[in-house]
Structures are given as C-alpha cells and as structure tokens.
Design a protein around this ligand. Sequence first.
Ligand code: FNR
Length: 182
Amino acid sequence: SQYQIAVIVGSLRSDSLNRKLATAMAAMAPPDFTFTQSEIGDLPLYNQDDDAHQCAAVKRLKSEIAHSQGVLFVTPEYNRSIPGVLKNAIDHASRPYGQSAWAGKPVGVLGVSIGAIGTALAQQHLRNILANLDVPTMGQPEAFIHAIEGFFDADGKVNPGSEKFIQTWMDSYVAWVKKHTT
Ligand code: FNR
C-alpha cells in the first residue's frame, strides 16, 4: 500500500494489552495504510562502542523505520515512564550521530493500562524524547486508554464503544501522516 507504518510496541509480554491494541488498530486502518509491528525484543542493550558496526537486528529496525511513512508507538507505562526496552530501541535507531532513523517521521503515541491514568505519564516522557529526535508527534487527540474488564473481546477485538474512540484517533493519525508525507 501507499503508506507503510512501523508499529513499535513497548511491551515484550506475550499477552500484552498494548500488542493487542496495536493488532486491533492495524485492522482499523484505511486501505492505503499498512501497519506492521517491528520487533524490538531481540535488540542488544545499547552500547555506544557498537555505533560503527551496528548488529543485524539494529539495522533491520532502522531499515523498517526508514521505509515507513510514519511510526506508531503503543506502549505501557512502567513506573511512570516508558519501559526500558522501548527506550533501548529508540536509542539504537537514533545512532550513529547524524544517522538517526527517526528525524521527520510523523509519529502517533498511545497506550493502554490497567491503571486509571492509562499511560499518561509514560506518553509525556515519550513526547520529550521524540521532540529531541526532531519528530513531528501528533498532539491531539490524546489516547490514554484504561483497559477495564471486557475492553478486548475473546478475539482481541476492541469493544464497540472504545472502538469508535480509537477509530477517531486513527482518522486523525492518518491525516497527520499524509500531511507530513511529500
Ligand atoms: C507496571 N504497570 C504500571 N501501570 C501504570 O499505569 N503505571 C505504572 O507506572 C506502572 N508501572 C509498572 C511497572 C512495571 C515494571 C510493570 C511490569 C507494570 C502495570 C502495567 O500497566 C500493566 O502490567 C500492563 O498490562 C502492561 O502492559 P502490557 O504488557 O499488557 O502491554
């Protein structure tokens, strides 16, 4: 399709709610958009000594971002910030200096939590990081999703009321990506 979106999920857990949300969202995309999840669980811990010879997993992540028209972060909140695995992936793809994969990529940020504030603080931390990376991050609408019982049905589909809200978010994100794609 015309618009490729690299989806980065901030949780490695097999039953991750955020991965479920990312998967459900891919199915809600318009026909000219394809959402593909990027693997970050096999990246080594970032070490600046490796900048001159980045490993295959890092090159793969950077290439997936480079070949995308936008990036979608779907992340849990860990201790009022983003998970370390997500920061690790962001750091990897930002290097070597001057060869960041992130610059200019239109980004959307959202997350789901069993906690009432629905990843709000993690998302604010992520926005700080993305500002430094010269990324245009969509400001509104925000999506702080509180996953109560029944948020996902047995097939992983979002309940109809929440689906409507997420579809509205998706429509704005699609417009955001198009606006930043020349
Ligand atoms: C959490 N959780 C959590 N939730 C929250 O709303 N704010 C927080 O600061 C934290 N902190 C936190 C730290 C750590 C180390 C863990 C493992 C969990 C709970 C978290 O939202 C919940 O486990 C989600 O289900 C994690 O997302 P995934 O893995 O389901 O996508």
